[in-house]
Write a protein that binds this ligand. Sequence first.
Ligand code: TXA
Ligand code: MG
Length: 344
Amino acid sequence: MVETKVWKIEAVEDSREAINEAAALLKQQQTVAFPTETVYGLGADATKEEAVDKIFQAKGRPSDNPLIVHVGNAGQIEKYVAEIPEIADKLLKAFTPGPLTLILKSNGTIANNVTAGLSTLGIRIPDHPVARMLLETCKLPVAAPSANKSGRPSPTSASHVYEDLNGRIAGLIDGGITGVGVESTVVDCTSEMPMILRPGGITKEQLEEVLGPVMVDPALAKEGEKPKSPGMKYTHYAPEAPLWLVEGDSAHLQAQIENCKSAGYKTGVIVSRETATEIEAENVKICGSHANLKEVAVHLYDTLRAFKKSDVDIILCETFSETGVGEAIMNRLNKAAVKKINQL
Ligand code: TXA
Ligand code: MG
């Protein structure tokens, strides 16, 4: 156990002292959780293996799953990669700072356990004032996975981080609720044809506007195939009770609610505002609207975390359109679910 120091940031202008203390801990090879525009990250000095080890220990993360390196500006990226191909250059100009991670060839400067022994490196420039101030102050490349216990939904508030990691990390900067709600889009820029390895905050449509056609790792659509991004093969985002994903209309969802009830299960339901008006159930949580999938992204992980195993035996969740950020939402829900029920 370590004592986790928590700094609450009310206004970025007044956060200098807190950021200085947090940066000092990073320089002392300690771990610090901080807000980004996507989810909270758990940071450590990406050039020091011992520091990075503490991230894996705190999260219980498998060591073959590489971490994303966070830097404050595009100029920093050059220091850690072998080259910046044209695709990457275009993406940097169009989308950074922002919810995008580039996979580039590493030049070997970053600690080996960050890349899990791969010859490539995931790197991004977060678009959050606290994250940027921290990166500028510590002047380090910061390795940071999402700041949750491995397998749990990613944290979109400091209380989520606290719940999972209090006593296991040196510091936590509470900068309020994150904006995007789902993680960055991971794009492999190491071959001619750019490929999405993980859908996220920047949509395929947005990438294609800048790059032309973009591929999606075929393993994301097919079960049993090995994904190119090591992290995509693990069970992930799991709430405390088993999640069943229910496809189809509200009548079909209602039938599943009744089935669960007659089987004696205490059932939680996650739905859109629209569907909520069409069903009858006891434990309903609304995660947003079909008309605004960005809102669903913002609330997704918080809603998954809101159901406690003491309250429900099963969680039923409706599906969302796989357009725009819906692709990332459905990617996460499919991973979080233990069972899918289609409408025949
Ligand atoms: O929005 C985000 O990206 C957040 C915030 C904190 O920045 N971070 C995040 O990190 O989601 P994490 O560790 O939870 O997910 C990183 C993903 C994993 O799926 C990992 O396998 C993949 O990025 N990744 C990292 N380096 C890679 C590489 N060299 N090649 C392929 N995939 C890589
Ligand atoms: Mg994660």
